[in-house]
Ligand binder design. Structure first.
Ligand code: BES
Ligand code: ZN
Length: 615
């Protein structure tokens, strides 16, 4: 019997080796080994046990599958997992499986032998200490300092490091989960969530809508809930909860504004979970439960557009999803545009315009950095053979949003809004490619008024590098005023000319970025005395100010910079600071010293990027 089993494994391996010669044969997604045209997942029953002592998840992933081609094998993506046992069928019959060659980004294909009629595959597994999606925090790394914390970050291709799955955004499934955690802690997922702790530490979840794997999410910690309105609320550690709930008080209004713009919110509840500061992103649009960095809690609601952004993903991203990571701009570009429309509704036109300008300025910088002919400046990306994370640039976000704005201006707001609403409705809970978007645009907007074709020039935006010449003008009166103040400075800075003239966080941000290169450490001291930038509670301002302080050797800010780097894990802030430090020998030595203390506080997404800078 044992002999037969080994023989079966060997023959499966041999037959699979032939097939891997062309890994993309049936799949247009270069970042997944799955072959959904042959055998594809439909539903997941997940059981997880969370062990905070060993830092291990022990899991059972029970996949309901459709064997479309009556194939003898189904392929899953895995990385940094220990696969213990695999069965097929309701009766959980032992079946042969083999793990293929390990790729740095893609991990290993898990090839499971199935019968043509098989509808179920069950995988028993454990995560490892390397599982990149997971960050295990000790009590000291949390706000309350008393309980450990665990959270996942699955986008783009890290879901496979905590669940064996078909890890492509083009493949959707719904899920039920049972999660066991130490009593006293709360578990939350990208699904219907508990609002209170359970007595025994067991929690059940249901996500009825089909979602792609990158939206699988779990967080476990000493968490409490506070309602904002009937359907929106905030989760955070108890010490953070009052501040968080105050900061996000407009969440309910944002959901209402979004619905008014582009159709019903389809997910039921909309909650935000505020994570410990090591969270590597600003926000992550996990369905029903946005994960957010505490660095948006500025104390004056000035950074809450992040919630508008993650909320907008409930339509563009979670409901209508990029089919592959080469279509990432469909997720982020449309969301960025949508975010500003929500901001305009809730906070007014001028606020939205300022954000547009800040976005456009950083888009121009990105295009300059990458080079205007660089293929990575096309909306349609090509990240085959690379980490799709590399596509997380202003191209997808800001060039994508500017393209949407171009269409809006060409067609008129009313018609464009109708178009976008129709786009969400007709593609709800589907994953689509850039080409499908282009076809939909052609059929539902352009063909009805052919002059739009030349006004929009969709192919230029999508398939050509750089910023097309037909981009709409982007400008803000408030920022223009700042430009004229700064340009009037002749000999050095004139603090008095700014005093009382700028007041909002966006204006300060723009002002700091507009400061001339010739500025000295003494000038920075004068500005600091007047505006207190070094001790700012606004993380966006801290990031640009600290970058400037490093560049111009403004030493009074150094202890604050060190503190910021040790406590904050948000990659967007860490990268510019470490990069600026790494430009000089002294700076690099200083950076390395700080990094020794700070690295244990970072998620893998952040430290993998910074390791490269400080090599
Ligand atoms: N979905 C992204 C985060 C992401 C992108 C994670 C790619 C992994 C790979 C999220 O919606 C996002 O864009 N977050 C931004 C904030 C936003 C306001 C622009 C961030 O984290 O900075
Ligand atoms: Zn986003």
């Amino acid at each position: 019997m044992k002999y037969l089993y080994i023989l079966l494994c060997l023959s499966l391996m041999a037959c699979q080796q032939n097939k891997t010669a062309d890994p993309d044969k049936n799949s247009a997604d270069p970042h997944s080994y799955a072959r959904p045209a042959e055998a594809v997942v439909k539903h997941l029953d997940l059981t997880l046990e969370v062990d905070f002592t060993a830092h291990v998840l022990t899991g059972k992933a029970e996949w309901t599958i459709a064997n479309l081609a009556k194939a003898d094998t189904i392929i899953f993506d895995t990385r940094q997992l220990r696969i213990l046992r695999v069965t097929q069928g309701e009766e959980q019959k032992e079946t042969a499986f083999v793990l293929g060659k390990d790729d740095k980004y893609l991990g290993q294909p898990l090839k499971v032998k199935i019968d043509p009629s098989s509808t179920k595959v069950t995988i028993w597994y454990k995560t490892t200490e390397n599982s990149a999606a997971l960050q295990w925090l000790n009590p000291h790394q949390t706000a309350g300092k008393k309980y450990p914390f665990l959270y996942t970050q699955s986008e783009a291709i890290l879901a496979r490091t905590w669940i064996p799955c078909q890890d492509s955004p083009g493949i959707r499934f719904n899920y039920d989960a049972t999660v066991a955690v130490p009593p006293g802690l709360l578990a939350l997922m990208s699904a219907g969530n508990p609002q209170q702790r359970s007595v025994n530490g067991e929690y059940r979840f249901k996500q009825p809508h089909v979602i792609p794997s990158y939206l699988m999410a779990l967080a476990v910690g000493n968490l409490a809930f506070k309602a904002i309105d009937q359907r929106a609320g905030v989760y955070a550690e108890p010490v953070t909860l009052p501040k968080a709930a105050w900061e996000f008080a407009d969440m309910g209004k944002m959901v209402n504004a979004a619905e008014k713009l582009y159709g019903r919110y389809q997910w039921g509840r909309y909650d935000v979970l505020v994570l410990p500061p090591s969270f590597p992103f600003g926000g992550m649009e996990n369905p029903m439960l946005t994960f957010a960095t505490p660095t948006v809690i500025a104390g004056d609601r000035s950074l809450v557009s992040l919630v508008a952004h993650e909320l907008a993903h409930s339509w563009s991203g979670d409901m209508v999803t990029n089919a592959t990571w080469n279509d990432f701009w469909l997720n982020e570009g449309i969301t960025d545009y949508f975010e500003r429309r929500i901001v305009e509704e809730v906070y007014g036109k001028e606020e939205a315009k300022m954000q547009e300008v800040l976005g456009f300025e950083s888009l121009k910088e990105t295009v300059e950095d990458l080079g205007p002919k660089n293929p990575d400046t096309k909306l349609k990306g090509n990240y085959a053979g690379r980490d799709p994370d590399e596509g997380m640039t202003d191209i997808a976000y800001e060039k994508g949003a500017l393209f949407m704005k171009t269409i809006e201006l060409a067609a008129g707001r009313e018609r464009f809004d109708k178009f976008l609403k129709g786009y969400f409705e007709s593609h709800a809970f589907q994953s689509i490619t850039t080409e499908e978007f282009v076809k939909y645009l052609e059929e539902n907007l352009i063909s009805k008024e052919p002059e739009l074709r030349d006004k929009i020039k969709a192919a230029d935006w999508i398939y050509k590098p750089g910023i097309p010449a037909n981009h709409p003008p982007v400008n803000s009166e408030k920022f223009n005023a700042i430009n004229s103040i700064v340009s009037r400075w002749k000999a050095g800075i004139d603090v008095a000319s700014v005093k009382g003239r700028i007041s909002t966080a966006n204006e300060f941000l723009y002002f700091i970025k507009a400061l001339p290169d010739s500025i000295s450490a003494d000038d920075l001291a004068l500005l600091d005395k007047e505006f207190g930038f070094t001790k700012s509670g606004n993380s966006e301002i801290q990031c640009v100010w600290y970058t400037l302080a490093i560049k111009h050797k403004y030493r009074p800010a150094y202890p604050y910079i060190e503190d910021f780097l040790i406590n904050v894990g948000r990659r967007k802030f860490l990268l510019p600071l470490y990069k600026e430090m790494a430009l000089t020998a002294d700076g690099k030595a200083w950076a390395k010293e700080i990094y020794k203390k700070a690295r244990p506080n970072y998620h893998s997404v952040s430290y993998n990027s910074i390791d490269d800078i400080l090599k």
